[in-house]
Ligand binder design. Structure first.
Ligand code: 13P
Ligand code: SF4
Length: 299
């Protein structure tokens, strides 16, 4: 009998579809994907593909970004209700009001935001290029939204003073320095990698700070055998697969439940029946495209 994974691979070819998956998705989802990566890598893959259909396995802002970059393509999200809670912490309406009352401010927006918010931004960024993006605005007054931790990290790396929105990712923000120290005491030789969505006191304990994809590279090139990984647990799959003989330790609460909504059955349904299509109004695509393209240009 043909398995769900095999049927997905057959249908993908038949329909000239590409499957893109974020590093936090479940192992079985990553294993049927053509490309697995971080938000920036996925945005670039979405804009470069010549497939007719993009099946986006990630949270909704990622699928929306793919649609903004490739409006002529069909973008399907197997779980359209998989939302990033942080993206909801800053609305387009709030940003519009901020812009109107603070016309001298440039707004830098983490890509973990809604398409309507992106329309109000000057430039977007991801965890892998936030420092470079902020550097490009040296001399301006800057508001960074929605993630206060990524904003604080980029500010500390550049020495640029930024106004921070009060958003955060609960998976990363609730990783405490005490928990990290406790783990390090048990594994004193471990190399600590942290996502910049963690608070600054946690980042100060890390040997490497960067996007999910940068952690994959750091683990590959390091000659250490043990790693403490301060991000979401979905990363374990690639890290272990690509680094036999190395051990990766995670904090057990670090689970992004919306990323885990995506299952093989829902991918098959999207491929077979076109379910979960991302539809954005033309004015939203047009308004959000500039800030996203600027981000890609700076990468
Ligand atoms: P990356 O772009 O580093 O993969 O991060 C995305 C994300 O949502 C982190 O929580
Ligand atoms: Fe959003 Fe946090 Fe999940 Fe990343 S881990 S998608 S920031 S809720």
């Amino acid at each position: 009998m043909v398995s769900v994974a095999e049927r997905i691979l057959e249908l993908k070819k038949e329909k000239n579809a590409v499957i893109l998956a974020h590093n936090y998705t479940s192992p079985e989802v990553q294993d049927v994907a053509d490309y697995v990566g971080d938000s920036l890598g996925l945005s670039i893959a979405a804009s470069n593909t010549d497939a007719d259909i993009i099946i986006f396995c990630g949270v909704s802002f990622m699928g929306e970004t793919a649609k903004i970059l490739s409006p002529e393509k069909t973008v399907l999200m197997p779980e359209p209700d998989a939302h990033c809670a942080m993206a909801a912490m800053c609305t387009g309406k709030e940003l519009k009001e901020f812009r109107e009352s603070n016309p001298d401010y440039a707004i830098v927006g983490y890509v973990n935001s809604t398409a309507e918010s992106k329309m109000e931004m000057d430039i977007c960024c991801t965890s892998s290029n936030a420092v470079r993006v902020l550097e490009s605005l040296r001399g301006r007054n800057v508001l960074f939204v929605p993630d206060m931790n990524l904003g604080a990290y980029a500010a500390s790396e550049t020495g640029i003073n930024v106004r921070l929105w009060r958003g955060f990712c609960s998976i990363h923000h609730f990783i405490t320095p005490a928990r990290v120290r406790q783990l390090k005491e048990k594994h004193p030789g471990a190399f600590i990698m942290a996502h910049p969505e963690c608070r600054i006191e946690v980042l100060e304990l890390a040997d490497h700070i960067g996007s999910t994809e940068s952690m994959i590279s750091a683990a590959r090139t390091s000659d250490r055998k043990e790693f403490i990984v301060l991000t979401e647990i979905g990363m374990k799959h690639r890290l272990e697969k690509e680094n036999p003989g190395k051990t990766f330790l995670f904090l057990e609460h670090a689970v992004c439940t919306t990323m885990k909504m995506i299952m093989l059955d829902s991918i098959l349904d999207s491929l077979a029946n076109g379910t979960g299509e991302i539809v954005l109004p033309e004015n939203v695509i047009a308004g959000a495209r500039g800030p996203v393209l600027k981000m890609i240009d700076l990468s």
